[in-house]
Design a protein around this ligand. Sequence first.
Ligand SMILES: Nc1ncnc2c1ncn2[C@@H]1O[C@H](COP(=O)(O)OP(=O)(O)OP(=O)(O)O)[C@@H](O)[C@H]1O
Ligand code: SF4
Ligand SMILES: [Mg+2]
Length: 386
Amino acid sequence: MTSPAPSSSAVPPPTDRYAAPAPPADVVRMRDLAVQVGGAGAGGRQLLADVDLTVRRGERVGLIGESGSGKSLTALAVLGLLAEGLTATGSILVTGTGTDTGTGTDTGAGAGAGAGSGAGSGAGSGAEGGIPRSTEVIGARESDLARMRGRDVTMVFQEPMTALNPTMRVGRQVAEVMTLHHTVPDRASAMRRAVELLDKVGLPDPAEAARAYPHQLSGGQRQRVVIAIALANDPALLICDEPTTALDVTVQAMVLDLVVKGVETRDAGLLFITHDLAVVASVCERVLVMYGGRVVEAGTVQEVFTRPRHRYTRGLIGASDLELTRDDGRLYTIQGSVPAAGRFPAGCVFRNRCIHATTDCETLPQWQGPGPEAGFACWHPVVHRD
Ligand SMILES: Nc1ncnc2c1ncn2[C@@H]1O[C@H](COP(=O)(O)OP(=O)(O)OP(=O)(O)O)[C@@H](O)[C@H]1O
Ligand code: SF4
Ligand SMILES: [Mg+2]
C-alpha cells in the first residue's frame, strides 16, 4: 500500500456516513474505501470508490460481481496488500482476536494474552477478556500490518500453490504461522498443533502429510493445508477469494464445508468471494454485489437473490439461472462487457449496459437503505409487486 504511514497514534477516527454506532463485534468496518492507480491527477484511474462493508463475528458475507468488478482489490485492501502503485483512502478498521502469545486454542475463542501491543490504530491491547486489538489498515505501518495478517485476518486464495512455499514441508509451514505470531509457547507445541490442524482439515495421515512438500499433495489437499494455515491462529476474519474454483467439483463441497465449520467453531467472520451464486447461497447469510468498483446492492442472500432491486443484480442473477427466462422467452444475459479498470461511465457505473438507463443515470445514484448491510444504488430499481 502506498498511502502515507502516520504514526499509530495519529490515525484519525474512521468516518462513518451512517448514524448507527459501530457494534463492538465488527471484525472489519470499511468506510468510503477508494483505490486509485496512477495518482490523484488526470492520469489517475479510480479502481474502487465509496466501498462500505461490515463483517461481524460469526457472520458469513458473500462478495459477488463479474470479473473486474473490484472484489479481489477490496479483499486485498483489508489485508493492506494492494500492489505497488495503488493508493487507498478511506477507512478499514479491523478488530482482531486479541494480543499475541499464550497458547493456541481449539475452539478459537481468542488466543490468550501477553506481550503483543495494540497495532495500527493503537486501539488497545489488553489482557484476556480486555479490549481486542484494532488496526486502522489505511496508513498503517508495515510492522502493524504484518502483526495483523495471519493473526487477526487471514486469506485463502484461489490457487493454493501461490500461498505455499514449495521448498518447505507443509507441517513446518503450518507451525511457522503460529510461532511467528507467538500463539503457541514453543516450536514443539507448534509442530504438535500443526499435525492436529492437518487432521482437522481432513488430511488422511496428518503426521505423514506434515512431512510432505506441497508438490507431493493433490490440489485439494494443498487447499486444505492453506485452510489449516489460515485457521491456525484462530483469526477474527477469514477472507476466501474463489477458494474452490481451481479444484475438482468432487472436492469443492468438502473444502467449502471445512471453511464454514472453521469459521463457525471460531465464531469468526467470513468474507467469501465467488462467481458462483449457488455457493454464496449455500455458504453466506449476507451478500454484497459489486460492479465498476462500487457496491451496487447489499442485503440478506434471501432478499437479494429473490428480490433484487439494482438492475445489475437483476441481470447477474438472471444470467446465472438457466431456469429463468424473460417475458419474451429468452434467457437473461447482461448485454455488453465489463469496461477496463477505471473506464466505467460517470454517474451510474452500469449505465452503458443497462436497458433502463435514462438521463437521471448520468448522475451517481445515492444509496437507498438503512446502512451498508442493506440497500442499493439505482435510479430506476426493479419493483416487486408481490
Ligand atoms: N495493480 C493494479 N493496477 C492496475 N489495475 C489493477 C490492478 N489490480 C487490479 N486492477 C484492475 O482493477 C479491476 C478490479 O480488479 P479485481 O482483481 O478486484 O477484480 P475481481 O472482481 O476480483 O475480478 P475476478 O472475478 O476476475 O477475480 C480490474 O479491472 C483490474 O484489472
Ligand atoms: S441507475 Fe440507471 S443505469 Fe444504473 S442500474 Fe439503475 S436504471 Fe440502470
Ligand atoms: Mg478476483
